[in-house]
Design a protein around this ligand. Sequence first.
Ligand code: ATP
Ligand code: MG
Length: 389
Amino acid sequence: MGLLLLRYGEIGLKGKNRAYFYRKLRRNVRKCLKANSIDGKVWQEEQRLYLETEQVEEAVAAVQRVFGIVSLSPVRVVAADMDAITEESLALARHMELDSNRTFKVRVRRADKTFPLISPEIERRIGETIAESTGARPDLSKAAQVTVGIEIRPGQAMIFGERIPGPGGLPLGSQGRVVSLLSSGIDSPVASWLMMKRGCSVIPVHFSTSPAQTRQVESLVETLNQHAYGWQLKPIILSHQEVLGPTLERLRAFRGERWTCLFCKRVMLSKAAEIADEMGANALVTGDSLGQVASQTLSNLEVISFGIQKPIMRPLIGLDKTEIMDLARRIGTYEPSIKDAHTCPFLPDRPLTQSSVAKLRALLAQMDGAQAPSEALELEMPRRALRDA
Ligand code: ATP
Ligand code: MG
């Protein structure tokens, strides 16, 4: 049997709600094991989570994707006895290939206060043995290349070296629901993942222009689901043409074609807000990053968001494209995102790059005020309002 020590970060600080977060985390780790056909036992003891399994390698690969886990380590268990601890620590140091080119330190946590030696003394003795046998240099600072961790508990000691990073964040499902606007591109899957990382149950909505684009989005959702233990993503796919059609017609009637991209985003957000109401979600999510493309300038983001009835989360707003791409590679969505570039069939000749809420209001007032598009064409208002748009 192998044993894994799972560390969590922030949720240990959650005061009275701590039990709730712990419960979710344990449940999600168990769901992760089940989804990956791994047999294992999960339990909690003194601010730590443990996982016992015979499939250690598979468990490491899967559990490192569970949100809320900050890092994990395979541990070796020996009797709480100085000789046994020293022997196993040395074996671990060799396994981690410590030699004269590398630095290390020993960190002891003594949960059993009746153990005859105090922590600094255990650290000193074991450190000396490892240094003598491997030639590695002790370094007590943060810069040490390897840390040998030892936890002494009643009757047994746990020894670990490798720390495999997890995603951190909060347990999935601990923060309520969001509707995420998922395109087939690179950015929005990363935005969804970041919201999942902060504990949100994500409902993906996609406006599709072709079966190929739908398939690409489905494969992105499948990849995201490999991180989704505690809430499966089920995409809602709508026809982009159907949702946008009436607005396009109306824009044409008012000679507002240059506004197409901005109205397209507004229509998608309005539709997503409707879905959010139906599904009990509190916010919308997009993959916008400030200034990345013309529709993502600050003034255009204001226009796009104006009047939308739900808060809009934009977790990528401060990230550079390279940072977003790095994240996409790490979570596995990069490849499915670049499979096909789906060009937008609604793109107008000269899309507006700078608009304003004042101009939007004027245009909306005309569109609302006119009895019918044909009548509106007779008015001189549209030309005036759009002249400097
Ligand atoms: P992405 O890489 O996510 O496609 P992008 O940089 O190409 O983003 P835009 O095409 O301007 O930017 O889209 C901005 C955001 O609007 C997207 O991140 C996504 O949240 C949403 N969005 C765009 N197109 C669609 C679509 N067809 N279906 C659902 N959401 C969409
Ligand atoms: Mg896009």
